[in-house]
Design a protein around this ligand. Structure first.
Ligand code: PGA
Length: 259
């Protein structure tokens, strides 16, 4: 099963995951990071600003999980813009090495295959950062997504559009379609790190970690992965039945073992 780490707050989660990423980059300077957008991963990127100082990031590569279809890449809420603003610029990464699915309508029919080919050419993702939606999605794999799915176009649920309306002037501006790495794509990454904070994510986290394996709850796909780490605050952990066991396990973890 996934390793569950319950931390005090989002900042502590960010620091923990950032440490793991810095060790990865030191070990492998051209590491391939799987980058997530949304509010959840921001503490990781913030912690990396400090923790990566003085480390060579010139060869680091990255692949974003998803993008809206039809959005102008220059729109401040396109995931291309978000990744540039939150990750590439503050961490000093080489923008030519950071990829985001191409949501342009003109090329959308082969954009998924192109993205899969680019990830494969890079040798796959070393560490994939994930958030989870209140409906259990990871990436933009909405309920019903096949565990074997590859990068492709999906229709966003109304719940996801409402959740993301805060980033736009109005819900009418939230695109209806996205291009997202599939669950099958995500499962090929060598290490999955799923983060979640707040009471609003508690049910999705419990379902993903302890619920049945079902495409109805796409986050449950992490149960199929040999190396998945779930980092949550107390509120997001509040519905986990084995919370005490997870705390005990982490407290007694051998010092040589990372997350
Ligand atoms: P959030 O979104 O981090 O903005 O809550 C998570 C997700 O939808 O995957």
């Amino acid at each position: 099963m996934a390793e569950v780490v319950i931390v005090e707050n989002a900042a502590a989660a960010g620091a923990l995951v950032a440490t793991e990423i810095v060790e990865l980059i030191d070990r492998r300077p051209d590491a391939v990071l799987g980058l997530a957008t949304g509010s959840t991963p921001l503490p990781v990127y913030l912690a990396l600003r400090t923790q990566l100082a003085g480390h060579d990031v010139s060869q680091v590569r990255g692949f974003a999980l998803d993008e809206y279809v039809g959005i102008d890449p220059a729109h401040p809420e396109s995931y291309r813009s978000v990744i540039t603003r939150e990750v590439v610029e503050p961490l000093g990464l080489d923008p030519r090495r950071i990829h985001v699915p191409n949501g342009a309508e003109a090329t959308i029919q082969h954009a998924g295959d192109d993205y899969e080919a680019a990830i494969a050419a890079a040798g796959g993702v070393d560490l994939q950062i994930l958030g989870i939606g209140t409906d259990g999605h990871i990436g933009f794999n909405e309920p019903g997504s096949s565990f074997a799915s590859q990068t492709r176009v999906k229709t966003l649920t109304e719940q996801t559009r409402e959740d993301n309306a805060r980033f736009f002037d109005s819900i009418d501006d939230v695109p209806r379609h996205c291009i997202t790495q599939g669950l099958g794509t995500i499962l090929k990454a060598r290490h999955l790190v799923l983060l979640a904070f707040g009471e609003g994510k508690a049910q999705a986290v419990a379902d993903a970690v302890e619920g049945p394996l079902t495409a109805f709850l796409p986050g449950s796909a992490i149960q199929l992965h040999p190396h998945a780490t779930v980092v949550v605050d107390e509120a997001a952990a509040s519905r986990l039945r084995l919370a005490d066991y997870y705390r005990y396990t982490f407290a007694n973890k051998p010092s040589w073992q990372g997350i």
